[in-house]
Design a protein around this ligand. Structure first.
Ligand code: B3K
Ligand code: ZN
Length: 867
């Protein structure tokens, strides 16, 4: 390491010394020598006469102040300081960049044959020297010049104001964005696309042109994205009273993209994975993912773009809130319970794991070296849970009043998380003083609940203790304001009224102390309590439920989520017990009453198909890892395998009947059809573990007319290690090797192959013609799935899994540090494993730490982990 990367602290925030009100950009696009001229109106705001601009990885060609060459500046690798400037002036800078060589996919780069940009968080500084911070908002105009034949479409933010032909076969398009914006929302795209167009009439009657740009030949995979966009626009009007503001909304799908999508003003750039879908190529999960991500980016237009973040520490202001909005959108359009279940799985699995890792941070981080490292599950998903808790405490009406006030106060500006909470507080009159701690305290709180019934007094007492264990970033923790949603049931399954201090109360208890007791009156019999309904707070719950109580709740709880959660707790009890049995060489057990409870779910005709399928999804390896201080990888695997096998064996007839009764003759993607496929394929995954597995899986693969069913057959063959697996894998690869996006599904199966020879196959797979270490989707599919969801092989005692990942990380450290920094996460969690494994994992981290060109993305994580 030549120079150690420096951390920035939230507490050091200073408002800018200068600002920029307008910037005119001209791009002369070329694969290797692109010239960018940027002319900005600059205003001095404070005393300093040194204008400090950010900029990296480009050549400064010229610099003028008020049209005059200016050479009074100093330059480093990352900054340009222009001396002796004051008042209002015009700054004209010309820079040169090489998009072709930009494999980090930040700034301006080539994706396939086209050009595109990614500027969040700090990519604009790779295009020109600029005040690249979110609290500098400028009006942008952008003129894009490029060869007309190769790049017939030239796109940027805002409205197209002029276009025309130039010499040498070139042409230009001039764009103007009337809304002042921070540089991270800038975008440019150039290429030769097919376009799907439509229009949307807003509720005030304005027509908005909708355009979706995709690689040529992909038009038949765009209708679902368009429908999702139109649904998003309508939903935001109906639920949040928010209307779109420009005359055009464009989405471009690109194949080379570091994340899911980007909400650039009026010109979203998307990973093609979240745009392209048709029956033959996309699964139901893909369809739902597209709807969610299209919604998410669209909702950013208000929560992110109209009101942006003052500084990057406030990221959750836009991300937590926008995730909350997209979750609500998916829940309003589809199944609320299935959505909630899946969001909670992410919290309890990978988000809790992040809290327990060296990267633990509050949803509003205090200290950052590389901002891209903080686009995390904590900022996004836990951030959304924090918004959801406010929604729970305020109710929909007050919450919407809060939103309205927030926009009245902050539209067109850069705001803070505190601004948001204050708006919620002022609009509702509800005191959120203690609640604010959720923004600054990291870690997963643990709620330990005990209960006592007094038959004589007819009183039921719940004692709730909260404790947040220390995290690697923060040792001292205080009591949080936790909304705890509960319900009490009689033996017959009737809901009891909640009476405390002679008053009827609602379902949400306010936990604000380290220990609190709630005494409920007029409780005529010993109740069964349903706790943390809807996962009303992002906490771990400890309560000594008996099997009988959990089975009771699986049947009688009034909402689906509580029923599912009871099922999960019941399974958890036996997963834990069997892990211990494996370790003690005892025989494994799953009592008949438990199997019967699940049989009851499968046969319950009143339940939604999709919901039943969720009931049968066992907690995964990563979630279980979070239950222990030290993890026994092989014991978890055996315990999970045993439970799946036992349910499969004992419920074989029921699964079989379910499987055969849910066959659909005609394919459609409505929620009912998706639910049926989901349950049928869930049954298949269990039946794959029985003697009919090979034939059923083979028959389904051969007769499938859609990717959901094809993949379900392959996933079943993969996880049950059926002998048919090889045949199916070969057939699929022959059929789809021309299509990287479809092949990603196949790469995931290679990466997550439980067979003990998997790693050598994965290494061979890297030579597959559809694989490329340059493409983030391919890397994540093959290598990401191996490191993150192939526990037994990744954590092989030989250390070969770790070394393989280490080698890949050495490569990506140079070519794409952002992707490397996501991939490294499983290695950071070495403290969870036995000492031999710890040594092997740390060796790989040390190899990286020893590099003298370690990217700051990896530097931040590796140094934290090894500290
Ligand atoms: N705001 C972008 C994410 C940017 C990530 C930068 N490393 C997409 C989103 O959250 O909508
Ligand atoms: Zn977002």
């Amino acid at each position: 390491m030549s120079q150690q990367p420096q951390a920035k602290f939230r507490s050091d925030y200073q408002s800018p010394e200068f600002t920029i009100s307008d910037i005119d950009l001209v791009f002369d696009l070329d694969d290797t020598n692109t010239f960018i001229s940027a002319t900005s109106k600059v205003q001095q705001l404070k005393k300093s006469t040194d204008l400090l601009l950010e900029g990296e990885g480009m050549t400064l060609v010229s610099l003028k102040i008020n049209d005059v060459d200016h050479d009074d500046y100093t330059q480093t690798d990352t900054q340009l300081t222009i001396h002796n400037v004051s008042g209002d002036f015009t700054l004209a800078i010309v820079t040169e960049v090489n998009p072709q060589e930009n494999t980090a996919l930040e700034g301006l780069y080539k994706s396939g044959d086209g050009f595109c940009t990614q500027c969040e968080a700090e990519g604009f500084r790779r295009i020109t020297y600029y005040l690249d911070r979110p609290d500098v908002l400028a009006r942008f105009t952008t003129k894009v010049i490029a060869d007309k034949k190769a790049y017939p479409h030239l796109l940027s933010n805002g409205n197209r104001v002029s276009h025309g032909d130039l010499d040498d076969g070139k042409h230009f398009v001039h764009w103007q964005d009337p809304f002042p914006k921070p540089a991270y929302l800038f975008a440019l795209v150039a290429g030769n696309f097919d376009v799907l167009t439509d229009t949307y009439k807003t509720k005030s009657g304005r027509d908005v042109a909708l355009e979706i740009y995709v690689d040529q030949g992909n038009l038949d995979r765009t209708p679902h994205a368009m429908t999702s966009l139109i649904n998003s626009m309508k939903w935001d009007e109906d639920r949040f009273d928010l209307e779109y503001d420009l005359d055009i909304y464009m989405i471009v799908a690109v194949d080379f993209f570091n994340m899911g999508a980007m909400e650039n003003k009026g010109l979203n750039v998307f990973n093609s994975k979240f745009v392209l879908a048709k029956q033959e190529t996309a699964t139901d999960t893909d369809y739902l993912g597209i709807e969610a991500v299209i919604g998410h980016e669209y909702f950013h237009n208000w929560t992110g773009n109209r009101v942006t973040c003052r500084d990057w520490f406030q990221l959750s202001l836009k991300e937590g809130l926008t995730v909350f909005r997209d979750q609500e959108f998916s829940s309003d359009l589809g199944s609320r319970s299935v959505n909630r279940i899946n969001n909670v799985r992410i919290m309890r699995g990978p988000q809790f794991a992040e809290d327990a890792s060296p990267m633990a941070h509050p949803i509003r981080p205090e200290k950052v070296i590389e901002m891209n490292n903080f686009y995390t599950l904590t900022v996004y998903e836990k951030g959304s849970e924090v918004i959801r808790m406010m929604h729970t405490l305020l109710g929909e009406v007050n919450f919407q009043k809060g939103m309205k006030l927030y926009f009245e106060r902050h539209d067109g500006t850069a705001a803070t998380c505190e601004d948001f909470v204050l708006a919620m507080e002022n609009a509702s009159g509800i005191d959120l003083t203690q609640f604010r701690l959720w923004y600054s305290q990291s870690g997963t709180p643990v709620l330990s609940v005990t209960s006592e019934y007094d038959e004589v007094k007819q009183e039921y007492a719940l004692t709730v203790k909260q404790h947040t264990p220390a995290t690697e970033d923060q040792t001292e923790k205080s009591a949080l304001h936790i909304p705890l949603d509960i319900e009490l049931y009689t033996r017959d399954g009737a809901v009891m009224e909640l009476r405390c201090n002679n008053e009827n109360i609602g379902n949400v208890l306010n936990i604000v102390e380290e220990q609190q007791t709630f005494v409920f009156q007029d409780v005529s019999e010993k109740p069964v309590v349903s706790l943390l309904r809807e996962f009303s707070a992002p906490v771990k719950l400890n309560y000594a439920y008996s099997d009988e109580e959990l089975i009771f709740l699986m049947i009688h709880a009034k909402n689906d989520f509580a029923r599912w959660d009871a099922g999960q707790m019941l399974l958890a009890n036996y997963i834990r017990a069997n892990i211990t049995h494996v370790q003690n060489n005892e025989s494994l057990v799953l009592p008949e009453v438990v199997v019967d409870a699940f049989r009851g779910v499968l046969l319950n005709a009143e339940l939604d198909h999709a919901f039943i399928a969720e009931m049968f999804v066992l907690p995964n390896h990563n979630e279980i890892t979070g239950w222990f201080d030290t993890v026994d990888v092989d014991a978890i695997d055996k315990a999970l395998g045993f439970i799946k096998q036992t349910l499969a064996r004992d419920l074989k007839d029921e699964f079989s009947a379910t499987y055969h009764s849910l066959k659909q003759e005609i394919y459609s993607v409505d929620h009912d059809a998706i639910g049926k496929r989901s349950l049928r394929n869930c049954a298949l995954s269990y039946l794959a573990k029985t003697d009919v597995g090979e034939s059923l899986v083979e028959a389904q693969y051969n007769s499938a007319d859609n990717m959901t069913d094809t993949m379900a057959a392959m996933v079943s063959a993969n996880s049950a290690e059926l002998s048919i697996r090889e045949t199916l894998m070969n057939d699929f690869s022959e059929k789809w090797s021309h299509d990287g996006l479809v092949m990603d599904k196949w790469f995931i199966l290679q990466g997550s192959n439980p067979n003990i020879e998997a790693l050598s196959t994965i290494k061979e797979t890297m030579n597959h013609k559809a694989f490329s270490l340059k493409n983030p989707n391919r890397i994540r599919s093959l290598i990401g799935s191996f490191a993150a969801s192939n526990a037994v092989n990744f954590h092989s005692k030989s250390g070969k899994g770790y070394a393989f990942l280490g080698n890949i990380l050495l490569d990506l450290n140079v070519s794409n540090p952002q992707v490397a920094s996501r991939l490294i996460d499983p290695l950071l969690k070495f403290k969870k494993y036995d000492s031999d494994r710890q040594t092997l994992m740390k060796e790989q981290l040390q190899r990286l730490a020893d590099l003298d060109n370690l990217a700051k993305d990896l530097f931040e994580k590796v140094t934290k982990a090894l500290a």
